[in-house]
Design a protein around this ligand. Structure first.
Ligand code: NAP
Length: 317
């Protein structure tokens, strides 16, 4: 462990690298298409923290040359009108990626909304197809936060293979996909949740600890194994300040490395979302090229008549 406490795993510099690569890909895309790739951000109702997050995404899009399109659906609207809005975006060839801002109003079923989304435009990996691809170890779209939590370890040179990892939180969008990603990296993973008996005992075993519970101060330094690597995914507002789920001051004295909140997983989540959008745009471009090539290719010739078969067979000797 470095003197003076844990090494800080900052998301900012890694996010900058990713954004630089995204900007270059976006510039090349604009050159080819004469327009920017488009991310549609759907919001239903004006939840205040969501609005802040949303404007951050739109600003990030602008900085790398992506067109961010805000699609507002009235918070009082029916589930059907939200589904209609998503299906209209699916059908728009200019829209490369779609994200739906959570939380949804309580009258709207998340499952209906998620299933309405075109999996090829689901750049935050919430559609069941993308979740299933992750589970099976294939390359679908990953939920950006879970991706960021594991990517910050990889890009900071933290060895994951063979390590005992504990994930606190089992949500479909953060905890579980992060756990599957760690398994994919060959860690041995335990997933904890609100019904876990003796959370402290589980946490004490962790060489790598990912926390996504949405409970400020849930994990303290005394719960950690000395030298653990801690990734704090939580975002909570306490007394007007943004804090994670880990008590940073006590944890940094025991951990060997720790992500700060803010400044750890958050910036990387944002940059990876942009990278996922570019990946979607390029995949759609490739699919369109194949479709166009197939349309333009000569049709399979009709079976030749007997006479012509004979003629052909005498031809090129
Ligand atoms: P969520 O859907 O509310 O899930 C929370 C999970 O934590 C659940 O699995 C819950 O267990 C578990 N949990 C709650 N209290 C617990 C306790 N005392 N002990 C052990 N487990 C407990 O939240 P989420 O959407 O996954 O988000 C998790 C956190 O990540 C939130 O703070 C959120 O703001 C943050 N977040 C950060 C980013 C980012 O970019 N950094 C992005 C998205 C979310 P049960 O399943 O048993 O209820």
């Amino acid at each position: 462990m470095p003197r003076g406490g844990a090494r800080l795993l900052q998301g900012g510099p890694i996010a900058d690298e990713i954004r630089k690569a995204v900007s270059e890909d976006v510039a090349a895309y604009r050159e080819r298409h004469g327009r920017a790739p488009v991310l549609a951000v759907v919001i239903c109702g004006r939840d205040a923290p969501s609005m802040v997050y949303l404007h951050q995404i739109l600003r990030s899009c602008e900085k790398v040359g992506i067109e961010g399109r805000l699609v507002e659906v009235d918070g009082e609207a029916s589930e059907a009108s939200l589904v209609d809005a998503i299906q209209a975006l699916n059908a728009d060839p200019a829209v490369n990626g779609i994200i739906v801002q959570m939380p949804l109003p309580p009258t709207i079923r998340l499952r209906r909304v998620v299933e309405a989304m075109d999996p090829a435009r689901d750049i935050d990996g919430i559609h069941p197809l993308n979740a299933g691809l992750l589970r099976l170890g294939y390359d679908g779209f990953l939920p950006a936060t879970a991706h960021a939590a594991v990517e910050i370890l990889r890009r900071s040179g933290i060895e994951i293979e063979g390590k005992r990892a504990v994930v606190v939180g089992r949500s479909a969008v953060v905890g579980m996909p992060a756990a599957f990603l760690l398994v994919r990296e060959n860690a041995t993973v335990t997933v904890c949740h609100s019904r876990t008996r003796d959370l402290a005992r589980q946490v004490k075993d962790a060489e790598i600890l990912l926390v996504a519970a949405g409970k400020p101060g849930l994990i303290t330094g005394s719960m950690l194994r000395r030298g653990a690597v801690v990734v704090d995914i939580g975002i909570n507002v306490v007394d007007g300040r943004i804090v994670g789920d880990v008590d940073f001051e006590s944890a940094r004295r025991v951990a060997s490395a720790i992500t700060p909140v803010p400044g750890g997983v958050g910036p990387l989540t944002n940059a990876l979302l942009l990278a996922h959008l570019v990946r979607a745009a390029l995949a759609q471009e490739a699919a369109t090229d194949v479709a166009a090539a197939t349309r333009e290719a000569p049709r399979i010739p009709a079976p030749p008549s007997r006479a012509r078969v004979g003629a052909a067979s005498r031809g090129p000797r």
